[in-house]
Ligand binder design. Sequence first.
Ligand code: ARG
Length: 462
Amino acid sequence: MTDNANSMWGGRFAAGPDAIMEAINASIGFDRRLAGQDIEGSRAHAAMLAATGIIKPSDAETIREGLLTVLSEIETGTFQFSTALEDIHMNVEARLKDLIGEPAGRLHTGRSRNDQVALDFRMWVRDQCDGAIMGIEALQKALLSQAEAGADWVMPGFTHLQTAQPVTWGHHMMAYVEMLGRDASRFSDARARMNESPLGAAALAGTSFPIDREMTAKALGFDRPAANSLDAVADRDFALEYLSASTICAMHLSRFAEELVIWSSAQFSFVVMSDRFSTGSSIMPQKKNPDAAELVRAKIGRILGATVGLFTVMKGLPLTYSKDMQEDKEQVFDAADSLMLALAAMEGMVRDMRANEGPLRIAAASGFSTATDLADWLVREAGLPFRDAHHVTGRLVAMAEKQGCDLPDLTLDQMKSAHDAITEGVFDVLGVDNSVRSRTSYGGTAPDQVRAQIKRWKERLV
Ligand code: ARG
């Protein structure tokens, strides 16, 4: 082996890599984030090699101690990462060799960087699933507090961003609690599916050493070892599932963020965002901008980008490992950071924001929001078929619009001119409070329904 050739595989090489080769090949700039997982995996592997008699227990002990030293060097920032050593796996092993000498060379018995990286990355993504679930639950709790405070505050419900029917603030908050609940369950489903250990698949075909894959799987918190060595080193579907779940979650956050941007505008004034999550303008002194919400709205761009990026990297790759797959990590790291930040920012915004009960109520009553209640009343009290009731109500809306007033402002005579079965009783359902109270169907906006859902979620989230 020449001086320039690689210490890991230098036997076959006469010369070291071109500088450009080193630059394109190295992943240590980003995969150092896998250091903790890498060392944990190596410790489990070494313990198994000793337990199965593949290496001496004394070597395993020396390796274990050396790995702990490496870990503390990395954690305290004294570790010297080297691009020439390409990736985290070789950086750790090379340092281990500096520290303990010959036994370090025994650690890689029955293992390859292919199962090693599949293991490290899988454990990292698994942790992110747990982190995402925690972040989601914290946000759900913030939403529950908002929902509880305003279970019966009325606000307009929209379709097409046009006033549709009055709903309650609590109901609107709880809609996001439901969405986020499904997001959390997607992360936990993905986690359960990815929880099989690739360690021991070796390069691709398994190994002739009498390894114990059950043992390492158990030590590393996996449910079982992956059953096919080719699959274990070749697939990154676990990362794609994580990214897909993240994208859906980020989409929900983005929609909510957009609502906060709209609601905090002077024109809507539905909410006041706290100063802690807003910024000012360098030129317009009156401005308070919902920057955090806007950035949460935007984060999906990176997360979806990572998802598309990794699908694109993986499609068309023949089994098993190809170096393309080194491009799996950076974007997952970025997506994970973005998601966690977006969840935390949203939680902070929701905790701190104040709903403007007055403007919400005024908006709830405007825009003929109780027209459906009027039509329903005609069905219930006057026996009209719904389609006819719809028509009569439409005429009354047109009448009110022409007069520049809302439905409850019409006189009884005007009401009767549209249908003579209308009585004084109709005015009861034209109030927004009565309207929301009447929506008692399961999952409806009636405050009692909303409170029942809050209770169910509070029990679930303790
Ligand atoms: N740094 C590599 C990666 O991230 C590790 C696996 C290398 N395996 C190999 N056969 N070259 O994918």
